[in-house]
Design a protein around this ligand. Structure first.
Ligand SMILES: [Zn+2]
Length: 143
């Protein structure tokens, strides 16, 4: 058996109000203006108070800014998720448009086969094929 030294990490906080133009500025103002925490001699022998690790800014009851490491990681992940969702939505919509263009192309081609080329069907097929190519390019994975 071996003896280990272990440090328990506590979560602690203090609050103050800040008047600022934005929630981000309020977080900065709080860091500069709000008083830090000090411990009495007795408590200081058992507890170390570290540096501020972040600021929560509330607008009423709603958390609007979280500058802690975890909060910033969540914000980055949420932004990435939103970007992926938007990209996915655009691709899903373009895929549906591609399906419609393929069906229009097939329809124009079968009109040509059944009734012969009257000029209009070929033009319709060429238009539909152009739309298919544009949509296919928008869906192509360029990564
Ligand atoms: Zn104390």
């Amino acid at each position: 058996m071996k003896t280990y030294e272990c440090t328990l990490i506590y979560d602690a906080s203090t609050s103050c109000t800040a008047i600022a133009a934005s929630a981000d500025e309020a977080a900065e103002a709080a860091l500069n203006q709000c008083e830090g925490v000090t411990l009495c001699h007795h408590c200081a022998s058992q507890l170390d108070v570290g540096d501020v690790s972040g600021v929560f800014v509330y607008d009423g009851d709603t958390l609007v800014v979280d500058t802690t490491f975890a909060g910033e990681q969540v914000a980055v992940a949420n932004a990435r998720l939103e970007s992926l969702q938007t990209s996915h939505d655009i691709k899903a919509a373009n895929l549906q448009a591609l399906v419609r263009a393929v069906l229009e192309y097939a329809e124009a081609c079968s009109r040509c086969e059944e009734g012969g080329n009257d000029g209009g069907d070929i033009a319709d097929a060429m238009d539909a094929f152009g739309a298919m190519a544009d949509l296919a390019r928008s869906l192509e994975d360029k990564a």
